[in-house]
Design a protein around this ligand. Structure first.
Ligand SMILES: *[C@@H]1O[C@H](CO)[C@@H](O)[C@H](O)[C@H]1NC(C)=O
Ligand SMILES: *[C@@H]1O[C@H](CO)[C@@H](O)[C@H](O)[C@H]1NC(C)=O
Length: 271
């Protein structure tokens, strides 16, 4: 039944990919992404403030099986001018299709659905492998970032594959979707995709990726006062693993060693 559903989706493919050009594994089937009433589809530019709470997801067909959504920013600035990196924003497994079709904002979607779609729901309340981080592109080039989503069937993932996915989700920066799905045995299981843009109004900082305006990390980890300077935003997980945007991170003295490991891996200058 699952394979039947997938082949129907494939047959409905459109000429243009719904994931950004050059992104692999791409998809030509629409994953509907909606924030509140706001559709976020097909490379549209969406206001940052609309995107801070995780979106609802849907497909035009009811899917059998269990799915994961992966959301990746393809355009995070680096300190090397002209080079970008990727950042994992969300990895949630355990999604299943709703039994009944639901009205949805499909404005801008390329698939005709008359606004009736099947929601992807986390009915078993599976914990995210990477919790949702809202888009927040900094004032650095590129000012506009592509937030790319793929929906992957993980119904038949092996224990080893799940371990690979779980481990990979712990390193958000440099997330290579193709490699990680290959490691997880899921590279051929992508069934839908989407992307939208969020744009910082700019102007881009004078450094444009050379590290000047962004400043850096100051202080030594042992003094309990690791601070970021400059205007860049970055992320810091709080005690419950939630990620917050902040201007300055102050690391408490308690548990400094383990906090610093977590902080360094989570400290992203731009996302
Ligand atoms: C649907 O989303 C579009 C933008 O994607 C927005 O302009 C429109 O107002 C939304 N419609 C509803 C009914 O919320
Ligand atoms: C979306 O972002 C990409 C990468 O920065 C950029 O090339 C493209 O022009 C943007 N699209 C829009 C509509 O802003």
């Amino acid at each position: 039944m699952r394979f039947q559903t997938v082949s129907i989706l494939t047959a409905a493919s459109l000429a243009s990919a719904l994931t950004p050009q050059g992104f692999t594994p791409g998809s030509q089937n629409q994953l509907f992404v909606q924030y509140g009433n706001q559709a976020a589809l097909n490379g549209q530019v969406i206001p940052r403030d609309s995107t801070q709470v995780q979106p609802t997801l849907a497909t035009t067909q009811r899917l059998q099986g269990t799915y994961a959504v992966i959301m990746v920013d393809l355009d995070i600035p680096t300190d090397t001018a002209g080079q970008t990196n990727t950042l994992l924003h969300w990895l949630q497994t355990g999604l299943t299709s709703s039994a009944q079709a639901t009205a949805f904002n499909t404005t801008g979607g390329t698939t005709q659905s008359n606004g009736q779609v099947f929601l992807l729901q986390n009915r078993q309340n599976a914990a995210p492998l990477a919790s949702y981080i809202g888009p927040n592109p900094p004032a650095r080039n590129p000012l506009s970032h592509r937030y790319t989503f793929i929906l992957v069937d993980h119904s038949s993932i092996s224990t080893q594959g799940l371990n690979a996915l779980t481990t990979a989700a712990q390193t958000r920066i440099g997330f290579n979707t193709q490699d990680i799905l290959t490691q997880a045995g899921l590279a051929s299981r992508v069934v839908a995709g989407n992307f939208y843009n969020v744009t910082n109004p700019g102007p881009a900082g004078a450094d444009n990726g050379n590290g000047g305006v962004g400043g850096g990390v100051q202080g030594t980890p042992t003094d309990g006062n690791l601070q970021a300077t400059g205007t860049n935003t970055f992320i810091q997980p709080d005690a419950s693993g939630n990620v917050q945007a902040a201007g300055v991170v102050t690391v408490p003295r308690v548990g400094i060693a383990s906090l610093c490991v977590g902080l360094v891996s989570a400290l992203i200058w731009a996302f």
